[in-house]
Design a protein around this ligand. Sequence first.
Ligand code: FAD
Length: 345
Amino acid sequence: MSRTDTDALVVGGGQAALAASYYLRRQGVEHVLLDAAPDPGGAWRHTWPSLRLFSPAAYSSLPGWRMPPTEGEENPDAGHVIDYLTRYEERYDVPVRRPVRVLDVRRRGEGFEVSTDSGSWRARAVVGATGTWSRPFVPAVPGLADFRGLQLHSGGYAGPRAFAGKRVLVVGGANSGAQIATDLLPVAEVTWATLGEPRYLPDHVDGRELFRVASARLRGEGEGVGSLGDIVAVPPVREARDRGSLVPGPMVRGLTRDGAVGADGVERPVDAVIWCTGFRPELSWLSGIEVPRREGRPVTDGTPVVPDVPGLFLLGYGDWCGAASATLIGVGQWARLAAERIRAA
Ligand code: FAD
């Protein structure tokens, strides 16, 4: 198999990888993106049909080029984002190769040796931008393996049709739980179980607030209104909540063969469980490098910088590698920081 050299190698081809490419180009750093997916769009190719962005198009943009507006007042859907990311790649002539899966990254001298399913690379710097969507997390709830009904994770949810007439337990009190529970309300008997009372951002703020909060943090000005994990009351969620249909309940104690045991100890029948319990970073390709970990994640300095591994940057996985870095509008500032560090090294 062939081996190629480059200055910076970006693992992934979703929104975070594109933001990295934008700033690497501006810094004059030669680079390449290797993406395991066959087509542009990253995780947006795997979302459910009713998913809407937290914010209008103009506030959901990557650096350099605003997302074109959608028709009407609706926040964009995933198709609109995929189209935008596809055109963004064309516009900036992003040097992405697909489908190429990175299998392993090792330290080699001052840089890295990167093995893929189609050849290997040497690079001075590596930017990990592999997202979280391919690593759904399900908590270890008692009785999980006994349950005979349908179980799936939000990452595999394809819309309400399969749940018509069913009793569905939706677990998780963040955005995906709120959105999927809302989506199911017209067709199913929904129980929404959350750990603690769900927290909504005030109705007048949306995804723009996430960016404002992140920017304030970057400037050391504290958090401002709301926190990055709060539910954005997108219109369908707000309407369902306000008419009293979207009602949270306490987390279940466990599952049984045909139901769930509530916090009150009573078992109730359930046909399906949808786990809206988040994702973990997809970093299996990094196991060949010793990185100190905290809570199972590589230790960063709160930005994409991994202090113990010079030349390695982790971008877009969540607040632990840059506040709001897992959003379209928030990832740019952290991509810029990584590109500047790579240029300066
Ligand atoms: P991804 O989009 O997951 O891209 C990662 C890419 O890396 C993929 O193409 C994958 O194939 C590739 N890859 C993985 N492993 C390898 C490997 N070993 N080698 C090579 N390539 C690899 N964000 C917003 O900005 N606005 C919103 O309104 C919004 N709403 C959301 C609503 C919900 C309910 C949820 C769950 C998420 C929402 N998000 C939103 C977040 C957004 O969907 C993700 O955070 C975002 O897609 C992450 O982008 P990424 O580039 O980091 O990763």
